[in-house]
Design a protein around this ligand. Structure first.
Ligand SMILES: [Zn+2]
Length: 239
C-alpha cells in the first residue's frame, strides 16, 4: 500500500450526493489535513432522493448539488464534478466508462476511491444498484480506459487528455475490507458533512448516534480499542 506521503491527488467517485460522506468523509478529512488535494466526481444528479413529494425533481437536483458542495467544504474539498446522470437508472455503460476516464485523465489522481461493484449481503444499503454500477465503471475506467491511449481515442485526439495510470484504488462498502482508517479525530467533521445533506435527513436528532454506532462497529471489526471510530476500505494496487 502507498504511504500517504507519496500521494498528491485523490479522486473520489460516487453515485449519489451524500455517498462520499457516509463512506469516507472521516478519511478524506485526514487526507486533506495532510495536504493532499481531493476532488469528487458525483455521477448522478440525486433527483430520486428525499421523501418530500412537494419538492420538484428539478429543484432537488440543485438542492443536492448545493448540499454536496457544503458537505465537501467540511472536510476540505472544493473541487467537485457532477456528471448529471439520472438517479436510480445508472448502468456500467461504455459511455459512463468514457466519462469517468475523462475525469481521471483531467485530474490525474494517484489514488481513486470508489464504491464496490459487489453486493454486500450484510448491509443492503451500501449495495444500491447505482453504487454497484458506478463502482464497476470506475474500476474499468481506472484499468484499462484511463491509461490506454487506444481506449476512447477521442479523449486524446480531440480533448488532448493524455493517458493516466492511477496507482491505487480504495473501495468503500466492500464485503472484504483490507484497510481500516481511524477517524476518531475527524468524526465531528464527518457528522458536519452529513448534516449538510439537509434534504436527505429524516431524523436530525438521531443522526450523530446512528453514525457513531456504525463507525464504532467498523472500529471493533478492525480490533481498535473501545471508543475508537473507523472507516473501512478494500485497497488494491492499480499501477
Ligand atoms: Zn447512494
Amino acid at each position: 500500500m502507498l504511504d500517504d506521503a507519496e500521494i498528491s491527488r485523490i479522486l473520489v467517485i460516487a453515485a449519489h450526493p451524500d455517498d462520499v460522506d457516509f463512506g469516507a468523509a472521516g478519511t478524506i478529512a485526514r487526507w486533506t489535513d495532510a495536504g493532499i488535494d481531493v476532488s469528487y466526481c458525483i455521477v448522478t444528479n440525486g433527483d430520486a432522493g428525499g421523501s418530500d413529494l412537494s419538492v420538484s425533481r428539478a429543484d432537488m437536483v440543485a438542492i443536492r448539488q448545493g448540499e454536496q458542495t457544503t458537505a465537501a467544504k467540511q472536510v476540505g474539498v472544493t473541487d467537485l464534478h457532477f456528471l448529471g446522470y439520472p438517479d436510480g437508472l445508472v448502468e456500467p455503460t461504455i459511455g459512463l466508462r468514457r466519462d469517468l476516464a475523462r475525469v481521471i485523465r483531467l485530474l490525474r489522481p494517484d489514488r481513486v476511491v470508489c464504491q464496490s461493484p459487489e453486493r454486500n449481503y450484510v448491509r443492503m444499503g451500501v449495495s444500491h444498484p447505482d453504487h454497484r454500477a458506478v463502482g464497476s465503471a470506475a474500476l474499468d475506467a481506472v484499468y484499462p480506459d484511463a491509461r490506454n491511449p487506444f481506449a476512447f481515442p477521442e479523449l486524446l485526439a480531440q480533448e488532448r487528455l493524455e493517458p493516466w495510470t492511477v496507482r491505487e484504488v480504495w473501495i468503500s462498502g466492500s464485503p472484504a475490507p483490507t484497510e481500516y482508517v481511524d477517524i476518531t479525530e475527524t468524526f465531528p467533521r464527518k457528522v458536519a458533512a452529513l448534516r449538510s445533506h439537509v434534504s436527505q435527513i429524516r431524523d436530525p436528532d438521531g443522526l450523530e448516534a446512528m453514525l457513531r454506532e456504525r463507525v464504532a462497529r467498523t472500529a471493533a471489526q478492525a480490533g481498535l480499542p473501545e471508543g475508537r471510530l473507523a472507516e473501512a476500505f478494500q485497497v488494491l494496487q492499480a499501477g
